[in-house]
Design a protein around this ligand. Structure first.
Ligand SMILES: C[S@@+](CC[C@H](N)C(=O)[O-])C[C@H]1O[C@@H](n2cnc3c(N)ncnc32)[C@H](O)[C@@H]1O
Length: 240
């Protein structure tokens, strides 16, 4: 466990040689500002919101989603689906030091660790123990939101390829939104070649991030991908 700059804890993975969250932006802040807030601000008026959380990791994106939902009294049904293949990590989560705001959700973490699923009147959450690439192929035209929060393309390339985003494009609804911390041109190209419009998520107190959608978004500044391609003719997206 490592304390990040906003005071919340993240972890460091020896296997991937990376932290689970940006220690500079702060784990909680990164989750809130790069994923949860931009996605839920677009989707909050829907009766039901289905979210794909790639991947569960420490569960911060999922828990921040519940917290945002409660603090903004959203009232719709939230369904979160999250794959994670590190079963040792999952089993250790009952001992993780989550922010105080999340104390009320600890029974949910316990249920997910023990049963892989949690449901009440407002939330349905599935924590799938296994590979994300196989998991996402089960869905078509299903998700309203995708949090793309794998380790970086440099160390976890299979979750950033053009073919991977082709499966995501099938799994997401036509008006779905994808959020990611990555601003790499290779990532944006992989999204662009699968029909996503690419937008800049920028603001005070966090480094730039990306929002993508199959349909135009009004509230974000669009990235001119044709111009980027002209300026970087040799750049290619990652491939399987
Ligand atoms: C950056 S962490 C995710 C952080 C998480 N979103 C959170 O808020 O705590 C990336 C996670 O992806 C998992 N992972 C990497 N490749 C995977 C794959 N192919 N299938 C399932 N999980 C994978 C890793 O074990 C790690 O827990």
């Amino acid at each position: 466990m490592v304390r990040s700059d906003d005071g919340s804890f993240t972890a460091y993975s020896k296997e991937y040689n990376e932290h689970y969250h940006s220690t500079k932006d702060g784990a909680l802040k990164e989750s809130l500002l790069k994923h949860v807030k931009p996605a839920l601000e677009i989707k909050k008026t829907q009766n039901e919101i289905k979210i794909l959380d790639i991947c569960f990791g420490l569960g911060l994106n999922t828990l921040t989603t519940l917290w945002y939902y409660d603090t903004h009294k959203l009232g719709n049904k939230l369904k979160i689906y999250s794959p994670e293949f590190d079963v040792e990590l999952i089993d250790s989560l009952v001992h993780f030091r989550y922010p105080n705001e999340f104390t009320k959700y600890l029974p949910i973490i316990q249920a997910l660790v023990e049963d892989g699923v949690y449901e009440d009147e407002y939330f349905f959450i599935e924590l799938f123990r296994g590979d994300a690439r196989g998991y996402i192929k089960k869905f078509a035209d299903f998700f309203d939101v995708v949090y793309q929060d794998a380790f970086s393309p440099a160390v976890n390339p299979v979750l950033w390829t053009q073919e991977y985003f082709a499966d995501i494009a099938k799994a997401i609804k036509d008006d779905g939104v994808l959020t990611t911390y990555s601003t790499a041109l290779k990532t944006r190209l992989a999204l662009h070649y699968n029909g996503f419009e690419v937008y800049l998520n920028t603001g005070d107190g966090f480094r730039n991030a990306t929002v993508a959608s199959l349909i135009p978004l009004k509230t974000f500044q669009k990235v001119d991908m044709e111009h980027k391609i002209t300026c970087n003719p040799d750049m290619e997206p990652l491939r399987d």
